[in-house]
Design a protein around this ligand. Structure first.
Ligand code: ZN
Ligand code: ZN
Length: 311
């Protein structure tokens, strides 16, 4: 690998549905889409409506390995059909897809060449059609870094019952300074409630697994769509498969996360509301002893690690 910095870029932080109105532009209107550049390797963390810009900017000549890491194939995470590189990448079939169980079936269903999308999945020539489906707890070794996965509970995902309905990703990168730089991305998961808003079986174990998974992460991008106040005022939201900001800060505190960025912003959350939520999260973090930094994720954000990747 060359001496390239580790760079994390944000192209879509919105959950569920894109927004184009001015009052949403500070935090952004595109849905889940991030890139993690590790030398000549490029990982796309989900492929929501920001994926077109992500590929336009990041898929530069010399990028040797491109992988789309899909938490799960709900529509706000798979807007890949709009990106030209998906059809005509310089190296046909070079873009790898890693996703949860059911990803291949879902992509073939959505990109059906007929009712839902005019081109079918088989004709997306830039993509390698051999998809790696994960159950969580996998580990993939790459030169200079490895990737681990986490099994989440997310209702109405491809596994139907919710268990394994999305997966999280963690990237541990060896740096030239001899350390490890860790980035984790976990979205569309719930720890305490099932899809009826009732207590989730095995909740404590899931929380512990999440805490272990994100332990000591330099950066954690995590779904914080709701708050405890949202759950109290609108109890039906408990069954939608997204956690409250407060609990994610609690878990990040236990895990010693250094930078937590809350994401998958609800489509009703304007910039004004998200700024308040950010301030609330920072105050809440201080009150529970969170030692790291916290912010709500903004589209266009760039985090360049002050490290180079080991050769
Ligand atoms: Zn989502
Ligand atoms: Zn989802």
């Amino acid at each position: 690998m060359t001496k390239t910095n580790i760079e994390l870029a944000f192209y879509g932080t919105r959950g569920s549905c894109p927004k184009g109105r001015p009052e949403f532009m500070e935090f952004g209107g595109d849905t889940s889409s991030y890139t993690l550049r590790l030398g000549e390797a490029l990982h796309l963390l989900d492929a929501g409506t920001g994926v077109q810009e992500a590929l336009n900017e990041q898929l530069t000549p010399g990028t040797e390995r491109v992988e789309i890491d899909l938490t799960h194939p709900h529509l706000d995470h798979i807007n890949m059909g709009c990106a030209g590189q998906i059809y005509f990448n310089n190296v046909p079939g070079a873009i790898q897809i890693v996703g949860c169980e059911g990803t291949e079936r879902a992509l073939n269903k959505v990109f059906d060449g007929e009712f839902l999308w005019p081109v079918d999945f088989e004709h997306m020539g830039g993509i390698n059609k051999v998809i790696t489906e994960c159950r969580g707890r996998e580990e993939f070794q790459h030169p200079g870094y490895n990737v681990r996965t986490l099994r989440n509970w997310h209702p109405r995902g491809p596994t139907r019952d919710g268990d394994g309905g999305s997966i999280g990703f963690r990237y541990d990168v060896q740096t030239t300074e001899g350390g490890i730089y860790s980035v984790a991305y976990v979205s569309d998961m719930t720890f305490r409630y099932d899809n009826k808003g009732q207590p989730l079986l095995g909740s404590e174990q899931r929380i512990n697994e999440f805490v272990r998974f994100v332990q000591g992460a330099d950066v954690l991008i995590a779904d914080t769509q709701y708050s405890e106040d949202d759950f109290a005022k609108m109890p039906f939201l408990k069954g939608f498969g997204h956690p409250a900001l407060e609990e994610v800060i609690d878990y990040a505190t236990r895990a010693g996360v250094k930078l937590l960025l809350g994401t998958h912003h609800d489509t009703k959350q304007t910039d004004e509301l998200l700024r308040k939520k950010e301030q609330f999260g920072q105050e809440y973090g201080r009150s529970v002893g969170f030692q790291g930094d916290f912010g709500m994720a903004r589209q266009e954000e760039r985090i360049v690690a002050p490290y180079r990747i080991a050769a």
